[in-house]
Design a binder for this molecule. Structure first.
Ligand code: 8YV
Length: 319
């Protein structure tokens, strides 16, 4: 008898086909909104669970899954999963590193360029019919080339962002718990966080979310940044205090921002929606076809390895 697998989202047909050889599957191919109760009811008789970062896999849900033996998340971040609970029950959690690194780094740059050069703000203005004549001082933004790029969190994605900065002749600063082994290759200099905030022209947040990084960037931190600076968050909502950021953008404390993630997504702090100098995207960091198929397939490969009694390709590191 095949183990029973619950998949909480619609997945690509090739991924479903690969999994179907090894599992009896209940999946959300209709892409319905499942409440926590629905999820609890559906997971009750399953041995395997395939989730994404917007599913909350907390102690209450896990308590409803007495037979659960493996959880695979289609994301590299795993702050949505109660890892301590899983470890207490000896249940492995697998993630999807590497396959999304380059696409997510591209997205950080897309937001950085759009925010610094006011692409979205000016497009809205143009579409609304305000463009009547050209002027020297229309929508002046900030230079990206030759500027100082700050990276908060220098892991795989941070490194991929830094690598791209070479083409823009930028100075790269970063802040990280430990020095990056590839510091010299990246041409990046490690500094304290307060220096990073003070000296960056464009600051990209790439640290994982945890209790320690909750509201790491709030009103006090924003106040130390340059009035010409841009702030980009492609990591997790909750690392930046979105309400404080909206206030800082309105007051001109910093010049612009680009956000792909939000504290209570898909709900947004209403303050953000009234600020023109922020570019807002709906958690699209890894959203290229290659990357998302890669993520779903890697989650499937982990599940199949488990079902076949083989070593898991990408479990959460022991740390
Ligand atoms: C995902 C992400 O697209 O991997 C992560 O941690 O945030 C994104 O790449 C999203 O979370 C879907 O699971």
């Amino acid at each position: 008898m095949k183990p029973r697998l619950l998949i909480t989202r619609k997945v690509f047909p090739e991924v479903l086909a690969a999994l179907a050889e090894h599992f009896d599957i209940e999946s959300n191919q209709a892409d319905e909104e499942w409440s926590a109760e629905d999820l609890g009811r559906r997971v009750a008789d399953k041995q395997a669970l395939f989730v994404v970062a917007s599913d909350r896999i907390d102690a209450a849900l896990l308590a409803a899954a007495p037979d659960l033996r493996i959880v695979a998340t289609g994301s590299v971040g795993y702050n949505h999963v109660d890892l301590a609970h899983l470890r207490g029950r000896g249940i492995p959690l697998t993630i999807t590193p590497d396959v999304l690194t380059e696409a997510t780094a591209d997205m950080a740059w897309a937001l950085l360029m759009a925010a610094a050069r006011r692409v979205c703000e000016s497009e809205h203005w143009l579409r609304a019919g305000y463009w009547k004549r050209w002027a020297f001082d229309q929508f002046l933004g900030e230079d990206v080339h030759g500027a100082t790029l700050g990276i908060l969190g220098m892991g795989r994605i941070g490194s991929a962002i830094a690598r791209r900065a070479r083409g823009f002749s930028m100075k790269v600063l970063y802040s990280n718990r430990s020095p990056a082994a590839n510091e010299a290759e990246l041409g990046a200099t490690r500094v304290e966080r307060d220096v990073l905030l003070r000296e960056s022209d464009h600051l990209v947040i790439v640290v994982p979310y945890s209790a320690a990084t909750h509201h790491l960037i709030g009103a006090a931190e924003l106040a130390t940044m340059k009035p010409t600076a841009t702030l980009i968050n492609i990591a997790r909502g909750g690392i930046v205090d979105d309400v404080a950021l909206a206030a800082a953008l309105k007051a001109g404390t910093i010049a612009a921002a680009g956000l792909d993630v939000y504290e209570n997504e898909p709900a947004l702090a209403p303050e953000l929606l009234t600020v023109p100098n922020v570019v807002l995207t709906p958690h699209l960091g890894s959203a290229t076809r290659t990357s998302r198929v890669g993520m779903a397939m890697l989650a499937a490969r982990n599940l199949i390895a488990w079902a076949s009694g083989e070593p898991l390709p990408t479990p959460v590191p022991a740390n």
